[in-house]
Design a protein around this ligand. Sequence first.
Ligand SMILES: [Zn+2]
Length: 856
Amino acid sequence: MRRHLLPVLIFLLLATQLFLHAQANKKTGGPQTPSQFLGFETGADRKLADYRQISAYLKSLAAASSRVEIEVLGKTTLGEEMIMAVISTEENLRNKAKYREIARKLADPRGLAPEQIEALTAEGKSIFLLTCNIHSTEIGSSQMAMEWAYKLATTSDPETLHRLGDVIVLLVPSLNPDGQIMVTEWYRKYLGTKYEGGAMPYLYHHYVGHDNNRDWYMLTQIETKNVNRMVYHEWFPQFWLDEHQMGSYGPRIYIPPNADPVAKLVNPLVHRGNNLIGASMGWRLEEAGKSGVIYNYSFDAYWPGGTRNTGWWKNMFGVLTEVASARIATPMNISPTELQGGIKGLIQYEQQINFPNPWPGGTWRLRDIMDYELLVSDASLETMSKYRHDFLRGVAAMAGQAVRSADAATFWRIPAEGQHDPITASRLVALMLEHGVEVRLSGDRKTYLIATAQPYGRFADEMLGIQRYPEVRLAPNSGILEPYDVAAWSLPLMMGVQAERVKIAAEEQRSSTVIQSAIWPGGGLPGKAAYYSVADRQNNVFALVNTMQKAGGSVFLHRALGETPTIVFAAHPQLAASAEKLHLHLDSLPAFPAGTTPLRPLRIGLYKPYIPSIDEGWTRFLLEQYGFNVKNIENKEMRAGNLNGNFDVVILPDSSKEVIVEGRGGREGAEEFPPEYTGGIGKEGVRALRDFAEKGGTLIALAHASEALIGEDFGLPVRNAVSATGAGEARRAVSTSDFNIPGSLLRVYVDSTHPVGYGMPEETAAFVDAPLAFQTSSPAPDTQRSVIAWYPDDPRDILLSGYAHGAEKLARKAAIVAFTRGKGRIVVFGFRVQHRAQTEATFPLLFNAIEWGAAE
Ligand SMILES: [Zn+2]
């Protein structure tokens, strides 16, 4: 009964809304306010518009106003339409192609004389990108976007109209529409219950949750790609404001200046421009009586992984704001005694020069969040108007300096041939092109060349070079400032691609040409044969194995002593097209080789805890990308046991033992979920995993999840070598003053004769972000253990890129260990083997671990 009632109600609601909408338009002839359109007051307690409503509103505004146009950025992961409102005067919108072109030329002013740059600066308009709600629970800005758009579309205030004459606003109401919808639905579902405004027991992006703001140099997600294309290929905004929310018990809003440390390669003018905008934000907030404004707090100027800050290396101004959160749309009453600092820039919650007017406590609601956001949006528009010429000229000046300050003969040289995995090398080149970096191909088509002397040259240097984290101390004898996120993003190391920064002879430069797309290795079959083979050393081989198994083809593993193992495919109607698509060239085999074992298709179970594991999402994303047959396993199924009936491989993603076994701890530790989402796999689940491995399954634990397997329950001869107190207590036992590797690339050696190490080079870069390495010992007769990867003997050899304090604790310790016991296999990874789908160099270790049991 109830099931049929809901659609009817929704229909009636929509029909009423459409009717009211039509009425209002008839009456006023102009656009409706968001509240009129939605039928409720925007920003009111416990009221939220979901993304579809927001998008419908902005479209209605565009239909009714000549100051608003809608551009579609693309589809989202779950198929929503991702939109952007372009807002300016009617005249500017009519000429938007011209202004885009001016912005493009100023972003790459090579070949322009100073007078030409001045002329473009005089003629151009500031382009101001405002993005909202990348983190879905930070919901205020998605609601604010409607109000601000309405205000700009309908105002008759001469000052605002003047600003719109100077500035073209690009307003993205949500960088993650899918998550905005998930959060609104969850919020509405639990309104009026004790769970109102609480966290969801799943990720708010289908794959990557909060990490959608960690994807801006690797561009793996479709939403990131959509926006990246608009920014660096279509609009070239001079300024990007990204509006976020932070915790509830500290300052009310963070504005620039950023906190330390600061990235060496970013042009200092970026910070000058950002601080100018920040100063105007602070002024307008204070003037409006808004307290609790802080700067130089928490958010550094070093890390390039989030929205607007990737653009700093591309001569773009970019600012982050963070407003204190309510419980989604539910007000919070915060007692003065609950206010706290404890973060870089505000150790005690008290008046400081960067926090001159502390918020005294009280009620904090969605309306407050939106009001602060409206003020910083307005202040940005004001500054982009007032300093229009400076921002336009500033971008061109920084681009010019990037070209002039670099050595014209110095290039990044990426050989197209002779790479360990040539497809991954092409992928790196394609990624650079996607970022707007200029790439050249040598005359003999064998080498890619990336000039350091180009507008995005400093971005190329940042991404292709190695990082050394600056050890900034704020006072003598104080500890160093810790990185905000990870400390390394050296793409060649992460991807296993050879790239070197070298001088290129003038002749080679002259014979090279600029390319628009990467050259991919030619794939396909050499001719007709019954069997084909390919060396098992390229990531795409795994994708071809999975594709052919899904198509019903036969796939084999061929091992010969002392040789790199190869994969053998039986002839199949889809083989040629699939190999071509994956850029894999197969050799034909004269005869079916001896020493060949069939590879059976595998059913992979990926554990999904209720305390969301972002690594679960990344792992699922990566395995789907490579065509693995992966399904989630939740607690109930785990506890029920008999996992072998449904799965050949079970993967525990990076989550702590407490999260996995008991369903407590983790970042959202204090959150209470509805009862159906509580608990972990429990003792039964641990027993089920042990049974699964003993009866022939392959059990894989990623990073912290290894704590669940190396304790006494499994009796494996291994412990965490970095922990002071033994297995399972790693994070609590080691303080960052003894060991701090916050996401760095470390050298490990690999045993490529073991199935888990097949096809790997002797040494590779492992992404490490936790005090976790293994000390093994000689096992009981029923167990075999193999150390698959290990750290160098000499601590000085360990760090490749990033920051490593206490690296000596890793010296000569194991990084990956594989066990066999009974009929089954267990593999524990001490580092982040597929971190954020970025570490292509080590993907094969995970894929091999999955496939280990397929040949038996
Ligand atoms: Zn955020």
